[in-house]
Design a protein around this ligand. Structure first.
Ligand SMILES: [Zn+2]
Ligand SMILES: [Zn+2]
Length: 296
């Protein structure tokens, strides 16, 4: 049975609904595992963090989740997690049997209802549920959806180096393209209906965040330009998956400054416990202040 930490949370933002569907949440992770130059003291000195986001020992909690938007009559899935039965080099993502699809259904969604799948980037924890293994064959899950990929990102995912290391292209992208369900776009593409990609490179070459215009206020889904709320106080700290750490740092600094000034609603793709909130300036530093969900 699902624990409290895996329950889907839902927020209403004007006429748009945002639902977090969790694949896994893990507390107590040594911060150095994801941020090689970070120490527990960096986490403890990051100011007040959302409850449960970090331990008093400076460990962090980490989530793999998808955001589902109900927006202007469309159902949009953003970053469909690791997926089940995928062969992956990271042991904690290899050959999963996670009940993500049960949680997706319990939140009121059916795969056939999804109109659009957006990928902020093509790391293996952002595309897995695009396909499922049926009778030994990888088949698309969201059979009525347009799957959006940034062109530069698709080239990177299809490169020989990347495929030798982690062949998510073969099991999670190719079946979607072969079925005619994929579209490649630019990193700042207008996706229509108030949805727009915003280029946020560095973590990966074609990384993009998603800007959602709602009837109340704009919302930005970050993707992996950052991974945990403690980074607002320490934008210089690279994450282990950043392919171009200098560009990633520049992207974080620009993004933090812009959205602290604007008070934008941000949904942090790997943020644990309470992923929606705003970045605020306090005592010369930035911190993340969460928004309570409307329903769980
Ligand atoms: Zn990533
Ligand atoms: Zn990720």
């Amino acid at each position: 049975m699902d624990g409290e930490e895996n329950r889907s949370s839902r927020w209403g933002i004007g006429d748009t609904t945002l639902t977090a569907v969790v694949e896994a949440e893990t507390p107590g992770i040594p911060v150095g595992l994801f941020f090689p130059d970070a120490t527990p003291a960096d986490v403890r000195s990051a100011g007040p963090l959302p409850a449960g986001a970090a331990g008093t020992d400076g460990t962090i909690a980490f989530r793999v989740q998808s955001f589902v938007l109900e927006h202007r009559g469309r159902v949009v899935v953003v970053d469909p997690c690791v997926g089940n039965c995928k062969r992956r080099t990271l042991p904690f993502w290899n050959d999963l049997r996670a009940p993500w699809m049960d949680r997706f259904s319990a939140a009121g969604f059916a795969p056939g209802d999804v109109d659009l799948v957006v990928h902020t980037h093509l790391h293996e924890d952002h595309l897995g549920w695009d396909t499922q293994l049926v009778d030994g064959v990888w088949v698309p899950t969201f059979v009525n959806a347009r799957h959006v990929y940034v062109g530069d990102e698709l080239d990177w995912a299809a490169s020989e180096d990347r495929r030798a290391d982690q062949d998510a292209f073969a099991d999670s992208i190719e079946p979607v393209l072969d079925a005619g369900l994929g579209t490649d776009v630019s990193a700042d593409a207008d996706l229509g209906d108030g949805l727009r990609l915003v280029s946020t490179p560095g973590h990966t070459p074609g990384h993009a965040s998603l800007l959602v215009a709602t009837t109340a206020e704009p919302l930005v889904i970050t993707g992996d330009l950052l991974h945990h709320p403690f980074q607002f106080a320490h934008p210089h700290l690279a994450e282990i998956g950043d392919t171009d750490p200098a560009t990633a740092e520049r992207t974080r600094r620009d993004f933090f400054a812009e959205h602290a000034r604007a008070g934008t609603l941000l949904a942090g793709t790997h943020f644990p416990i309470a992923p929606l909130g705003r970045v605020e300036s306090a005592a010369g530093s930035l911190r993340f202040v969460t928004e309570a969900p409307s329903a769980t």
